[in-house]
Design a protein around this ligand. Sequence first.
Ligand SMILES: Cc1cc2nc3c(=O)[nH]c(=O)nc-3n(C[C@H](O)[C@H](O)[C@H](O)COP(=O)(O)OP(=O)(O)OC[C@H]3O[C@@H](n4cnc5c(N)ncnc54)[C@H](O)[C@@H]3O)c2cc1C
Length: 436
Amino acid sequence: MGVSGRAGRDHAIVIGASMGGLLAARVLADHFRAVTVLEGDAKPEGVQARTGVPHGEQTHVLLPGGARVLDRLFPGRSEELVRDGSKRFDYGGSRFHLIGNWMPRVETGLFSLAQTRPFLEEHLRCWVARIPNVRILYKTSANALLFDGGSVVGVTLQPGRDLRADLVIDAAGRNTRLPRWLAEHGCGTAPETHIGIGLGYTSARFRVPDRLAPDHPILYVVGRPPDQTRLGSVVSVEDGLVTGAVGGYHGDHPPGDLAGFLEFARSLHQPHVFDILSRAEPVSPLVRFRHPASVRRHYGKLPGFPEGLLAIGDAVCCFDPAFGQGMTVSAMEAEVLADCLARGAPLAGYWKRIDRVISAAWALSCGENLKYPQTTGRRPLEYHLTRAYRDRLATCGDPYVTREFYRVLTLTAHPSILLRPGVVWRLVRNTPPVRS
Ligand SMILES: Cc1cc2nc3c(=O)[nH]c(=O)nc-3n(C[C@H](O)[C@H](O)[C@H](O)COP(=O)(O)OP(=O)(O)OC[C@H]3O[C@@H](n4cnc5c(N)ncnc54)[C@H](O)[C@@H]3O)c2cc1C
């Protein structure tokens, strides 16, 4: 019997000890006698960027949807994060300039966590390492899947060194080798959706003089498509610092030197990011990152997908980073996995359920991306209708509507709530203010 039933739960392997892999390990520990997490990188010495996560230097905010999952999987631990330096804040108080409009600032009770990515990962790594039946093997890469007929039964670390397991979870991130491994074994190729956005970022950490410190942990200015391709942000993190980032879509990328970075910040359609960063002291090197396309792999639609194998996080879907969705979706997928394992249901059901999670986030970010004519990828039939509706939600100014919109944006509620009569009625009643 495979892991679909309650038998066959001796050993599980997770490939990758980053956000998706560590959250998966936490969940698997409740259902398997032993869990092994394989990580190609060396064990970081505390809060440290690492080569396996090259985007780790970029701004990382955990949306309220993800923060809630973290609280459920690690009760009380977010207090530890806040004590050590994470900024917890009501998402509705953020300073957001979206769709040519400053979002109204409202109390939502939706709490987000801002910190650097290595800081968050280090905490998670320590919590998982303390789970007695989980071991993390560093400098240990999975080099192939081990098959027995149509099932995966483990991984090959090096030629002649195999590790057997009842379940293998790929959490190897955006550079996953899973599509290649499946094709090589004759399992076929899962359909993929690509949305080409040509996004490039540059960011660094800064120390901001007290008198200039932003009045909220997030200041985020996003250009209005299709004419404005640039965005910038200032996010408060641990150690009294901020991460400052600027970026642009469709090849409009910021340079990697400080003067060019600030010039790019100055060119944003609102002055606030430049005003702060131009008077702040950089305390880390500027780091660049490129995200040519968002990629979604539909493994649930691959008939030959083997038993004993699942995937999580960016290995399944890599979102436009500007929306800060990736870690939260990984966390929500981990909860789906927990529920599937608890029910003893066939694990094939996992794909259908995470598809619902991914679709909600994907529609939000890709819906904005598709406003640029240069964006490549199929425009769904409902795109034009939902676009106008979403723009009205963001610019309507009604506090109730704004709160509901934030619930969806932060992945704490399904987008269908935005079609409820209370929202529709208020939208009809309020003519949206149009501001530049
Ligand atoms: C610029 C940028 C900004 C972002 N900002 C945000 C944000 O604000 N909020 C948010 O929620 N998300 C954000 N994201 C997305 C977020 O970073 C990802 O969604 C998240 O890292 C996904 O985690 P993961 O564990 O799936 O993959 P990764 O974090 O990519 O980790 C993959 C891990 O697998 C390991 N690995 C790979 N191959 C192997 C192998 N064969 N054997 C063993 N180990 C292996 C790697 O070393 C690595 O540790 C951002 C992304 C980018 C690019």
